[in-house]
Ligand binder design. Sequence first.
Ligand SMILES: Nc1ncnc2c1ncn2[C@@H]1O[C@H](COP(=O)(O)OP(=O)(O)OP(=O)(O)O)[C@@H](O)[C@H]1O
Ligand SMILES: [Mg+2]
Length: 252
Amino acid sequence: MRVINIANLKGGVGKTVTAVNLAYSLWREERKVLLIDNDKQGNSSKFFGKHSYERPGTAELLTGAARAAEAICPTEYKGLDIIPANMNLLAANKAILLDEETPQQEHLKQALAPIAKLYDFCIIDNSPDASMSVINALTAGDDLIIPVKIDRFTFDGVEIMLDYARQVRENYNPKLNFRGCLITSYRGNEVNKTGAAFLQNSEYDLFQTRIYWTPKIDESTFAGKPIREYSPHSWAARNYRELAAEYLEMIA
Ligand SMILES: Nc1ncnc2c1ncn2[C@@H]1O[C@H](COP(=O)(O)OP(=O)(O)OP(=O)(O)O)[C@@H](O)[C@H]1O
Ligand SMILES: [Mg+2]
């Protein structure tokens, strides 16, 4: 199982939309995929209608209160499963700090080991912070993708995120690869073009694929359907298919 982190310290950049749609697109390429919601907001859990306080999720995995196999929920797409999250993640983040038995950054990695053979990919939808649960996700990860939305504040978030990734790589997880920034909500106006050109010429790796802005994305989140199901002919549907292809090519 290859673990892909979708992360950016900045909020509202398209992490959840990317996690859900990349998970779906890899599933469409006949891969078995586990999506992990690692955000107390529980957005990707809500997307698949799995937000709940009745069943264990990422928080319980992190604290050891549940095993991964118990926390996995199937979605309507057979072979695309999710481990949901809710506000319990807040308490879990504190509990990790108090645990003196397992190294603080390795809870998730250890929890996922028993189910690693069941999936080809695990995609982690991270919260926009550097909490212990995000450090755990990076420590368990093979790859990191940083979605960026081009605006005046885009570049601050990227630099800090890359710095965190560097620290995790040096201290806990040498196999973490930064695969690139992914431009989301791209509108092709002057500001976007200038920002994209800046990113392209910067030291940051950048996916060739860009996810175009479309009102269909917002609608798809209400419908709880991946964009390729909700609006298969939209640009964003095509872009997420291309993203999966570009990523698969990259790791081949
Ligand atoms: N390609 C797109 N076109 C139009 N709207 C988009 C696109 N991608 C994301 N959005 C919208 O932008 C908003 C933020 O997206 P999303 O929830 O994925 O961001 P996030 O980084 O996960 O946010 P948070 O940091 O709060 O978890 C949502 O309303 C989403 O519908
Ligand atoms: Mg999100």
